[in-house]
Design a protein around this ligand. Structure first.
Ligand code: GLU
Length: 447
């Protein structure tokens, strides 16, 4: 059997064993596309069975989450935690609360997280979790009762040396607070290192909130630098308006760029004078309101409920909303309008067809597992501070984040060069992280 055939056999068995989990298949396929060059050079990775093992999570937990809503009615949601790989450290990765969550989404996120976390250079394994609970429109009391029920099952699988969740879509400081409070109550331990993204007054780290958005922009700045450019004077489009998008907007502006549009599920706002970061933060983070509120309060902004945010011409596109948000047509529009850099702030926002379009154009494209690794890297910095009962300043933490992002960029670019595909950040990210994870697996034996 040729090496390609052996790789495609493994892929077929992943499809068979995980029916219907389309996002997971997509994430695996993208990595496998990059691994062909690795197994050509070093077939022993196939012999060691690391690829099959990597595609099967170490543990998957699915559980009932019953809770009582404000009208006294009983609600039932489904909770998940997929502990993918602990070869580099305790399982690490966020929790997503969104109605679209099912096993296939959690597995795609957990699989990506293994490689992303390796890229950070920090001692963290990969996992992901969440629930199909929809926090939208729920009162604080309902969110609290849901979080308490969720962690009352999950707590037995967690621990600072075992599994350390954090936030993702639908899970921010409020939810982490409720989860931590109940974990502490059940275990009778103030175990700071069991969750990251905590409040600043009780073990949280400076810059954690900002880290994913800031990190994505720092990564994009490094990409621009390879073309002798910077953000200064560039037009930028940022999709989404959650935690990642808000702080991406802030960082772009600090670096002299102008963000022309942001979005949510109701549409997008176009603001030719540049998105007002403080107003965006007030509307979306403080008030938890819709993006139309932004348009109503700002004269220069216009709400658009038809068409695509990617119709807005820009030199840099930062998709920071959710998976598969950019179609092939939208990618073509971006390319036609002169986009130079695409850096994914969300996890897998480009469809496979969009990815192909970017890669066969002159656009520099960075996958989420590299460009958005700043969030989880800063979670690892939070764990480091918790372990030493220390807390660092904003400036020091941001400096560490910047160094980590510049290093990830360098690592991806160098690996792409080594494998004869300069500028291919997808290959660079997949291959470099795979080699680190695979070598550690081989060293630790068949477990
Ligand atoms: N959910 C984030 C991610 O996709 C952060 C995970 C974490 O901080 O553990 O990487």
């Amino acid at each position: 059997m040729t090496l390609e055939d052996r790789l495609s056999d493994i892929y077929s068995s992943v499809l068979l064993r995980n029916p219907g989990e389309v996002e997971f298949h997509q994430a695996v396929e993208e990595v496998f596309d990059s691994l062909a060059v690795v197994v050509q050079r070093e077939p022993e990775y196939l012999d060691a069975g690391v690829i099959q093992r990597l595609c099967e999570p170490e543990r998957q937990i699915i559980f009932r989450v019953p809770w009582v809503d404000d009208s006294g009615e009983i609600q039932v949601n489904r909770g998940f935690r997929v502990e993918f790989s602990s070869v580099l450290g305790p399982y690490k990765g966020g929790l997503r609360f969104h109605p679209s969550v099912y096993l296939g989404i959690v597995k795609f996120l957990g699989f990506e997280q293994v490689f992303k976390n390796a890229l950070t250079g920090m001692p963290i394994g990969g996992g992901k979790g969440g629930s199909d609970f929809d926090p939208k429109g729920r009162s604080d009391g309902e969110v609290m009762r849901f979080c308490q029920s969720f962690i009352t099952e999950l707590y037995r699988h967690l621990g600072e040396y075992t599994d350390v969740p954090a936030g993702d879509i639908g899970v921010g400081a409020r939810e982490i607070g409720y989860l931590f409070g109940q974990y502490k109550r059940i275990t009778n331990r103030f175990e700071s290192g069991v969750l990251t993204g905590k409040g600043l007054g009780w073990g949280g780290a400076q810059v954690r909130k900002e880290a994913t958005g800031y990190g994505t922009v720092i990564f994009a700045e490094e990409m621009l630098r390879t073309r002798g450019r910077s953000f200064d004077g560039l037009d930028v489009v940022v999709s989404g308006s959650g935690n990642v998008a808000i702080y991406a907007v802030e960082k772009v502006q600090q670096l002299g760029g102008r963000v022309l549009a942001v979005s949510d599920s109701s549409g997008y706002v176009y603001d030719p004078e540049g998105i007002d970061y403080e107003l965006l933060q007030q509307v979306k983070e403080v008030e938890r309101a819709r993006i139309c509120e932004y348009a109503e309060r700002r004269d220069s902004a216009e709400l658009r409920t038809s068409g695509s945010i990617w119709d807005v011409p820009c030199q840099v596109a930062l998709p920071c909303a959710t998976q598969n948000e950019i179609s092939a047509d939208e990618a073509d529009t971006l390319i036609r309008n002169g986009c130079v850099v695409v850096a994914e702030g969300a996890n897998m926002p480009s469809t496979p067809e969009a990815l192909k379009a970017f890669q066969s154009s002159d656009v520099l494209f960075a996958p989420g597992k590299a460009a958005n690794a700043g969030g989880v890297a800063t979670s690892a910095l939070e764990m480091q501070q918790n372990a030493s009962r220390d807390s660092w300043s904003f400036e020091h933490t941001e400096e560490r984040l910047t160094t980590i992002m510049v290093d990830i960029h360098e690592r991806c670019a160098t690996t792409a060069d080594e494998y004869g595909q300069p500028d291919n950040y997808v290959l660079g990210a997949n291959v470099s992280s795979f080699l680190q994870v695979a070598d550690a697996m081989i060293a630790q034996g068949v477990v």
